[in-house]
Design a protein around this ligand. Structure first.
Ligand code: FRU
Length: 491
């Protein structure tokens, strides 16, 4: 650890302590069970893993600036995916090769060590566009023998090592082991304005050999961020966060997207990587992870029980028509989604909150149609059973509506806002044949809505104006159950 690291860490600790002392009590919108920054800005989940029984979630963290800025890695740990301990900042920009940000990356558990791989961002002073020139994207490895203390940072790849037809925007290494081999994918922007993933292989985690480029035939966005490759039910999946897709009525409604391709049924990750002819994805096979306003840059990991778990950033960068002003005023912004277990269903993937979260539930009540229910802390867990696939309409304070409509507009599920509650968010909709089950996990200022056990998901921020929220099921299912949620102390 060098002097710069020590000084930065001290400054961050002081900033967090001061903020906690002065602001937590008055903060109305801080979350009860979602991971959020202590102070300032959070974006992508990073380095997700379970190491020696403990779950680790790192995240992109800018404690000094609520609207972003130089990135560090903040760190949470948990024994049960339910209660989390904040461990402070672990990776800081303290080297010439990562001086303008410790960007996103992943964790590899190998030979009893926790190894982190990330992008060191460097922006040179000058009149540059920072796409074709002016930026260094360094791939870096750092090893820990206990998950707390880290050894020296090792620079693995720099811009001159990447293929020549790429811009300087190459980042977000996801690394995994397959037999005796190590593999890495990086997200990239090609000079021809085309997003792609580049695949590398290594035998010693220090020397990396370029294997192939993976993309679509026609450009599918200009940049692919945060790639992830994993296997679900014997089939390889490629997850990406593409930028530059044109919006359509029922898809790509956000500024940036994130979604996945299921590589041909029965093709393992090993076959996918080794087969030099599988380089092209079909655009039509891309499914979005989440249809809400606030979801981007997810990452997955396999836990010690063998579950594939996804955590996303419940946020969206660079948007102009909606915002999070209420939390910006509290000097924090953004959160991570709850951990979602993934299961494959044909060419689609279901995502559902890990079962550990059921332990958050307290009092249960059955809700009848048109009955109002007063929610004290903005938190609840609601399940609507709708076996016949009838219309559904659920309101919060008359300013937010989840609707499933089979008659008027064809089978459409939507979330829509009016007034201040959405801070500019209007409507997001998805075509869905039959909605038989709805679960809404609400946490103070964040909603996660799961249809048909995670076939379609909407994640969105919401900002109730009063101290209480009124929930009303205008059209409900056969059975509507609501649970209050354990009211943890603010913090
Ligand atoms: C995605 C992203 C990554 C990058 C990080 C920087 O949100 O742009 O590509 O590594 O955020 O914070």
């Amino acid at each position: 650890m060098n002097a710069l690291h020590r000084d930065l860490e001290t400054l961050i600790l002081e900033t967090e302590a001061k903020y906690e002392e002065n602001n937590y009590q008055e903060s109305k919108y801080r979350l009860k069970f979602h991971l959020m920054p202590k102070v300032g800005w959070l974006n992508d989940p990073n380095g997700l893993c379970q190491y020696q029984g403990i779950y680790h979630v790192f995240f992109q963290y800018s404690p000094f600036n609520v609207k972003g800025g130089v990135k560090t890695w903040g760190h949470y740990t948990s024994k049960d995916l339910l209660s989390w301990d904040y461990k402070g900042v672990s990776l800081l920009p303290d080297q010439p090769f990562d001086c303008h940000g410790v960007y996103s990356g992943s964790a590899l558990i190998d030979h009893g060590n926790m190894e982190l791989f990330y992008t060191g961002n460097v922006k040179y002073d000058g009149d540059f566009d920072y796409i074709l020139e002016g930026r260094a994207s360094n791939t870096i490895r750092i090893v820990s023998k206990d998950g707390k203390h880290f050894e020296r940072k090792q620079l693995l790849l720099k811009n001159s090592d990447y293929p020549k037809d790429y811009t300087c925007n190459i980042r977000d290494p996801k690394v995994w082991k397959d037999g005796e081999n190590y593999w890495m994918v990086l997200g990239a922007r090609k000079k021809e304005e085309k997003g792609a993933v580049i695949l590398y292989q290594s035998e010693d985690k220090l020397h990396w050999e370029f294997k192939k480029e993976i993309s679509t035939k026609k450009p599918f966005g200009y940049m692919w961020e945060c790639p992830d490759v994993f296997e679900l039910d014997n089939t390889a999946i490629l997850s990406i966060s593409p930028q530059g897709l044109s919006s359509k009525e029922f898809c790509f409604q956000n500024l940036y997207q994130s979604g996945y391709f299921v590589i041909q049924e029965g093709t393992s990750v090993s076959e996918f990587c080794n087969n030099i002819t599988i380089t092209s994805m079909q655009e039509e096979d891309f499914y979005e992870w989440d249809m809400g306003f606030d979801f981007y840059a997810p990452q997955t990991f396999e836990d010690e029980k063998g579950r594939r778990i996804l955590i996303g950033w419940a946020g969206m960068p660079d948007v102009e028509d909606y915002d999070n002003q209420p939390t910006i005023e509290e000097n924090w912004q953004h959160a991570l989604t709850v951990p979602r277990q993934l299961k494959r269903k044909g060419t689609k993937i279901l995502q559902y909150p890990v079962k550990e979260l059921l332990a958050l539930r307290r009092e249960q009540k059955e809700l009848l149609e048109d009955q109002s229910y007063c929610i004290e802390n903005g938190c609840f867990d609601l399940e609507v059973e709708n076996p016949e696939g009838n219309d559904i309409s659920i309101q919060l304070d008359e300013d937010f509506c989840f609707q499933y409509d089979t008659k008027e507009n064809g089978q459409i599920a939507s979330i829509s806002f009016e007034g201040e509650m959405g801070r500019g968010r209007k409507i997001r909709q998805a075509k869905i044949e039959k909605v038989t089950h709805v679960r809404i996990l609400a946490d103070t200022s964040l909603l996660e809505i799961y249809l048909n056990y995670g076939e379609t998901v909407f994640t969105t921020r919401y900002y109730p104006q009063g101290e209480k929220v009124i929930l009303k099921i205008k059209k409900g299912g056969k059975k509507n159950n609501i649970w209050t949620i354990k009211n943890k102390k603010k913090g």
